[in-house]
Design a protein around this ligand. Structure first.
Ligand code: ADP
Ligand code: 5GP
Length: 211
């Protein structure tokens, strides 16, 4: 009884639990996250990762990613500034300690959009997030979505498809994810996502009105 009380008190003090989103490139993570953040203003905060890849049209430095050179990123990694980092499709990606702290300082639910290696490495930390996997209905549909998005060269697309088949197998590993959402119809997947996060969303809103 007391233990449960203290566990609740402690988690309220530590702030809302972060949420990790993972899954193959093209599965729909950004689409779902943008929708979620737009509908729930002041509830979520995006952990802005660093990357050495070039920005896509419409992406903004500091909002979607911090776009950096490999040299600068490697130096920051060596300096201990990152919680995790990984090489994906020929580029470096990583979550800085500052990116997560910036969100947690505002008492928002910190969202991390990271690949499979990131998930494995975050599991070694004390971040204790909820792990959600976003999956495409099939490899064929994933390929079509990635091609229609029109953001990758053929070479890069092939690299992403190869990584996707590994990511799809990874999501089936027992205990790796708390929830797996198949993004077939967008509205259905979004509904499941909201259901999954309902309690956390309500907690953040409740704490905001009471403080
Ligand atoms: P990720 O962030 O996982 O790489 P995106 O959110 O960029 O994936 O989605 C990949 C492409 O698929 C985008 O062009 C997006 O508009 C489209 N898309 C996302 N979800 C769906 C869906 N449920 N049905 C059809 N197209 C989708
Ligand atoms: P994209 O280039 O499509 O934005 O991202 C490619 C992959 O890198 C996606 O699977 C995305 O989740 C992952 N990614 C983005 N930021 C990070 C990060 O900070 N760390 C790790 N490990 N992966 C990331």
């Amino acid at each position: 009884m007391y233990l449960r009380h203290f566990a609740r008190l402690f988690s309220a003090m530590a702030g809302p639990r972060p949420v990790v989103f993972s899954g193959p490139s093209g599965a729909g993570k950004s689409t779902l996250l943008k929708k979620l953040m737009k509908e729930h203003e002041n509830v979520f905060g995006f952990s802005v990762s660093h990357t050495t890849r070039k920005p896509r049209p419409g992406e903004e430095n500091g909002r979607d990613y911090h776009y950096v050179t490999r040299e600068a990123m490697q130096a920051a990694i060596d300096n201990g500034e990152f919680i995790e980092n990984a090489e994906f499709s020929g580029n470096l990606y990583g979550t800085s300690k500052a990116a997560v702290q910036a969100v947690q300082a505002k008492n928002l639910i910190c969202i991390l959009d990271i690949d499979m290696q990131g998930v494995k490495n975050i599991k070694k930390t004390d971040l204790n997030p909820l792990y959600i996997s976003i999956q495409p209905p099939s490899m064929e549909i994933l390929e079509k979505r990635l091609r229609d998005r029109n953001t990758e060269s053929e070479e890069n697309l092939q690299k992403r498809l190869h990584a996707a088949s590994v990511e799809m197998e990874f999501s089936k590993e027992p205990g790796m994810f708390d929830v797996v959402i198949v993004n077939d119809k967008l509205e259905d997947a979004y509904g499941r996502l909201k259901d999954t996060l309902l309690e956390e969303i309500n907690n953040v809103r409740k704490n905001k009105t009471s403080s």
